[in-house]
Ligand binder design. Structure first.
Ligand code: ASP
Length: 336
């Protein structure tokens, strides 16, 4: 893998930048924010576009992959977590920035938050506009992410996302706009803090376990089991659940209405899977709030807590590397 060293002052922290692609590495028609190809620009050029970074950190670049983040896979996640763990064991690396497409950044952030075994800062960032757009947001986001990863104050807070002057927690961050540069939020929980001129200001943090506090370690995971999400709408055919199970899904996320609700035909179909070793997690399509126990829903179900479906899928896939016992999986959904 190509290595880019941009050295400056000896006393500065050294940050490893692990590049995976996305719009921040995208290129297209000059001046336009749409119609571009993500994952075109390499790590050297990405870092080279950030004015002022020489005064913040030594940067060591590594290209992990260069893809549209819709093509990120569980194998990428495992490779990324293992790379971070290996580099974190070195005394000459002080923190990490992962550049990533925004589409699935919230999933990768949660996976890393649950698996990396370090308290050194790990910060994801990306951009909504390609490098060739007018007012590209990538260089500023990368500057802020590097500044955050270089800050001693960022240690031990779990994996974070730096985006559009804000700091978000890896567990709760979600993409909330398809095109605006202010594209991330923690919804009900706001954000962890702000970034101004490269200085982090922290206000909030999740109470859920992360990084060194979890039972997941990427060095022990060879692959992630398949989990499918099924989305309930009025009159939707519950046969989609049978399809998922029959075609090999090891777990199902049901994206219900309201507080994770679905119709009586869905309830009948879902209860038929009770005790068959295919955990089913109830989540909501609402985007805010919490799933609690409800006696109406039959079957051996796991409550997805406040996790959106895509994050519940990350946790269920990790959980299934340990167990398919729904009591144990429910505990994981309660603490992570
Ligand atoms: N499709 C792009 C990606 O996720 C979008 C982005 O990065 O903003 O890679």
């Amino acid at each position: 893998m190509p290595n880019a060293d941009v050295d400056s002052h000896a006393a500065l922290p050294t940050i490893a930048v692990l590049a995976t692609g996305g719009t921040i590495a995208g290129s297209g028609s000059q001046g336009r924010a749409t119609n571009y190809r993500p994952g075109q620009i390499g790590i050297e050029d990405l870092v080279g576009c950030v004015p002022g970074i020489d005064a913040v950190a030594h940067v060591k670049g590594m290209q992990i992959c260069n893809v549209n983040s819709d093509d990120i896979t569980g194998a990428h996640w495992i490779a990324l977590a293992r790379t971070i763990d290996e580099l974190a064991a070195r005394t000459d690396i002080d923190g990490f920035v992962v550049t990533h497409g925004t589409d699935t950044m919230d999933e990768t952030a949660y996976f890393l938050n649950l698996t990396v075994k370090t308290d050194k800062p790990v910060v994801l960032t990306g951009s909504m506009r390609p490098a060739t757009a007018t007012s590209a947001d990538g260089p500023m986001n990368l500057f802020q992410a590097l500044s955050l990863a270089a800050s001693p104050d960022a240690r031990g807070r779990g994996v974070m996302v730096a985006f559009s002057d804000a700091i978000f927690g890896g567990r709760d961050v979600r993409k909330v706009s398809t095109f605006q540069t202010d594209a991330f939020s923690e919804n009900d929980f706001g954000c962890m803090g702000y970034l101004i001129d490269g200085q982090p200001y922290f206000f909030n943090g999740s109470t859920k376990l992360h990084t060194l506090g979890t039972e997941f370690n990427a060095s022990e995971i060879d692959g992630l089991p398949r989990v499918d999400a099924v989305y309930f709408t009025v009159d939707a055919d519950p046969g989609v659940i049978d399809y998922c199970v029959e075609s090999g899904a090891r777990g199902i996320i049901v994206v219900g209405a309201g507080s994770g609700g679905y119709s009586t035909p869905w309830n009948d179909r879902i209860s038929a899977f009770a005790g068959r070793g295919i955990p089913i997690v109830r989540c909501s399509r609402v985007g805010a709030g919490l799933i609690t126990h409800d006696d109406f829903y039959r079957g051996d179900l796991v409550r997805g807590c406040d996790l959106p479906p895509q994050k519940a899928a990350v946790l269920l896939r990790l959980a299934l590397t340990k167990t398919s016992d729904t009591t144990l999986i429910q505990r994981m959904f309660d603490v992570y």
